[in-house]
Design a protein around this ligand. Structure first.
Ligand code: NAD
Length: 482
């Protein structure tokens, strides 16, 4: 079994306490590595290293930083097979999905490399006697705290913007999935970053994550995870009034109108619902199906869902692997049980697959509920598992009001051929993203981020870069009289 180390100040180190914790393969339950269990001493060292590196990295020209970001993009592309294989054993991602999921990462760094070079300040010619200008400056040291459902994607979104704008960072991977982020550190070792520009510390959120969020040497926390943890981070970060950006959970409405292209809507939302075993913030939280297409949609959805291959992540034909941990499977199974108890009709799954080869992994079969009503837990809480929840709506229902009736506001999808109507609905939906006849998470030029309890702040695009800068307003007298 491999022992991993943390990356602090350009060196690979054990925890100062010497303590470690286990990394497990969710497809087999087997322990596959030991990871350092950081504490406050290690975090202080990482903060110090990042502060020292900040004095160098922040003084590089945008062109110099950009060159290194291009090297990062190339290094990730070259290391993508290694990353995918580790993603498979540490996260349970089926090999095809693991490889596919990594394809977008180099583009995030290339976009940030390019965009940051034209991301300049501004002159404000508001008065003839004064010269006003705005200057972008890095925030300093950023804590990048990442969720387990897509650790490399989440890390890359944050890291690309953070580095491009001249910040240094400490990455805290999720404790159930630290290995791929540590491997990313190894891959980036030779790109020419000053030591300490990127540090990686490992351990549980409640200790390591919280110490980072509260630390007075950290200037910004960029967090991806649950709404519950996001609220806690806001509270502890407030002690030093640091900048916080939050990418939180969702319960995304998928609205299918009576004039929708049903085949396209089914095929698209099938992927969105079950890919990554439903552990996607953008997944379909609840389907609102117009009564005139309700039966037809469900019939087609059921046919496709029955064909999904659940199994060994090593198999190229596997579409759905295990859930990430036994603990998370308990949570998903608890919500499935609540759906049955609340009176929803279970028409597929709801159980673990009957296959002796999968018995030790944390599997749950694709699950479908019909007859769901708005107030059931399965219609209100983020399940983060392979569960489709169908709600029938009539012509009298105000579907937008139903979709907005949630604390979340991450994304929504509308399926219809009536585009003016879809655009009116898009205006009224209280979500950070609306997809009409499709779900495009998007290229790096396109921002991502939620409303309401799905968080605030954007990732990707110019808006994502802006999160990592502070703007100084400078004014001087040009009359020559003073
Ligand atoms: P989580 O909140 O349990 O953990 C996220 C990260 O925060 C982990 O690294 C964890 O160790 C750390 N953490 C936990 N408690 C902490 C604390 N008190 N202080 C500081 N850090 C702490 O979330 P999760 O279960 O890993 O991820 C699933 C959630 O993430 C879902 O709600 C999902 O929707 C959300 N998510 C959102 C997006 C998005 O872009 N909006 C993307 C991916 C995942």
């Amino acid at each position: 079994m491999q022992s991993y180390k943390m990356w602090i100040g350009g060196k690979w180190v054990d925890a100062s306490s010497g303590k470690t914790f286990g990394a497990f393969n969710p497809a087999t339950g087997e322990e596959i590595g030991r990871v350092p269990l950081a504490d406050k001493t290690d975090i202080d060292k990482a903060v110090e290293a990042a502060r020292s590196a900040s004095a160098i990295w922040s003084q590089k020209t945008p062109a110099e930083r950009s060159d290194i970001l291009y090297k990062i993009a190339d290094a990730i592309a070259a290391g993508s097979n290694e990353l995918a294989e580790l993603d498979l054993i540490s996260h349970g991602a089926p090999i095809k999905m693991a490889k596919g999921g990594l394809m977008g990462l180099p583009g995030m760094f290339k976009y940030a490399a390019q965009a940051s070079r034209s991301f300049m300040g501004q002159v404000i010619p508001a008065r003839p006697d004064k010269f006003f200008y705005l200057q972008h400056e890095p925030r300093g040291v950023c804590a990048l705290i990442v969720a387990w459902n897509a650790p490399l994607v989440s890390t890359s979104k944050k890291l690309s913007a953070c580095l491009a704008t001249g910040n240094t960072c400490i990455i805290k991977p999720p404790s159930v999935c630290s290995l791929t982020v540590l491997k990313l550190g190894e891959i980036l070792e030779k790109v020419g970053l000053p030591p300490g520009t990127i540090n990686i510390v490992t351990g549980p959120g409640g200790s390591v994550g919280e110490v980072l969020a509260a630390h007075s040497g950290i200037n910004m926390v960029s967090f991806t995870g649950s709404a519950e943890t996001g609220k806690r981070i806001l509270a502890v970060a407030s002690s030093s009034v640091k900048k916080v950006a939050l990418e939180l959970g969702g319960k995304n409405p998928w609205i299918v109108m009576e004039d929708a292209d049903i085949d396209a809507a089914v095929a698209n939302s099938m992927f969105q619902c079950f890919a990554n075993t439903g552990m996607t913030c953008a997944s379909t939280g609840r389907y609102y199906l117009h009564e005139n297409i309700h039966e037809q949609f469900i019939e087609k959805f059921l046919v496709m869902a029955k064909k999904l291959v659940v199994g060994d992540p090593n198999d190229e034909n596997t579409f759905m692997g295990p859930l990430v941990s036994a603990e998370h499977r308990d949570k998903v199974e608890g919500l499935i049980k609540s759906g049955v108890e609340d009176g929803a009709k279970l028409i597929l799954g709801g159980k673990r697959p009957i296959n002796p080869l999968l018995e030790k992994g944390y599997y749950v079969s694709p699950t479908i509920f019909t007859g769901v009503t708005q107030n059931m837990r399965i219609a209100r809480e983020e399940i983060f598992g392979p569960v489709a929840v169908f709600i029938k709506v009539t012509s009298q229902d105000n579907v937008v009001a139903m979709a907005n009736d949630t604390n979340y506001g991450l994304a929504a999808s509308i399926w219809t051929k009536d585009i003016p109507k879809a655009l009116r609905m898009a205006n009224e939906l209280q979500t950070g993203t609306v997809w009409i006849n499709g779900d495009v998470i998007g290229p790096p030029e396109y921002p991502w981020g939620g409303y309401k309890e799905s968080g605030f702040g954007k990732e990707l695009s110019i808006l994502g870069l802006e999160e990592y800068i502070q703007t100084k307003a400078i004014c001087f007298d040009i009359t020559g009289s003073k």
